[in-house]
Design a protein around this ligand. Structure first.
Ligand SMILES: [Zn+2]
Length: 251
């Protein structure tokens, strides 16, 4: 009985958008990817929203058009390093770090719990037509199911100490994972957390909308060796940018 309950609970979790990425099958049981006939231009076969959605992510942030709103800081309440645990997973699309007891953020007066973070290289959102070398997407979920993503940009430079633990655990084989205990999430973020805000979607099928995006303006560094270690597994796991369709980017 207990086993059955766990199976149901697991299925329920996988059904939520944040966990659904990596489980979308299209016509003929094909799996989505970043190239060829399963690449981003063909994601409509996995989820109609990817092809027809009007507030899709990622976007190109044109700084000259950003509206200065004097938005309040995001309240970030990530847990102390020793309280955070979970696993580092190679899911075939990215390296994903699941965070148990990772803490939460409050944005626009609403609480979103941290579920996981993962990486794309180069970055998906661009600033004035240019991507950064890599991005981490911190995915959070509210009680009502709404998602909020904080994007942390990485620029090639000094080795990044805060990433070392994750990089050491990064599994080479698709489907493999490695458990970890203790992780300083706050140290991965830049000191200055000023941000661009807009509404968008998941950047992988099912491309679900109503996602709050917070792209931190200040990049952090990643070492050349660290970046090339990631590139051996994933290089170009990036969806092209999408039209704003009347959306406004605020800061
Ligand atoms: Zn992402």
């Amino acid at each position: 009985m207990k086993k059955v309950w766990i199976a149901i609970a697991t299925m329920a979790l996988m059904g939520t958008p944040a966990f659904a990425s990596g489980h979308g099958h299209g016509e003929h049981g094909k799996h989505w990817g970043y190239e060829g006939d399963v690449g981003p231009a063909h994601w409509g076969q996995f989820s109609e929203t990817c092809a027809k959605g009007k507030s899709q992510s990622p976007i190109n942030i044109e700084t000259a058009k950003v509206v200065k709103k004097g938005l309040p800081p995001i309240e970030i309440h990530y847990s102390d390093a020793k309280a955070v645990k979970g696993k580092v997973l190679n899911n075939g699309h990215t390296i994903k770090v699941e965070t148990e007891n990772g803490g939460y953020i409050v944005a626009n007066g609403k609480r979103f719990d941290l579920l996981q973070f993962h990486f794309h290289s180069p970055s998906e959102n661009q600033v004035d037509g240019k991507p950064y070398d890599m991005v981490a997407h911190f995915v959070h979920k509210a009680k009502d199911g709404q998602l909020a993503v904080i994007a942390v940009m990485f620029e090639k430079g000094k080795s990044n100490k805060a990433l070392r633990k994750v990089w050491k655990k990064m599994p080479k084989e698709v489907g493999a994972s490695a458990g970890y205990r203790g992780l300083d999430l706050n140290a991965i973020l830049p000191q200055d957390r000023s941000y661009y805000h807009f509404t968008g979607s998941l950047t992988t099928p099912p491309c679900s909308e109503n996602v709050e995006w917070f792209v931190l303006k200040h990049p952090v560094s990643i070492g050349a060796k660290q970046l090339s270690k990631f590139h051996k597994l994933y290089n170009g796991n990036v969806r092209p940018t999408n039209p704003l369709n009347g959306r406004v980017v605020e800061e």
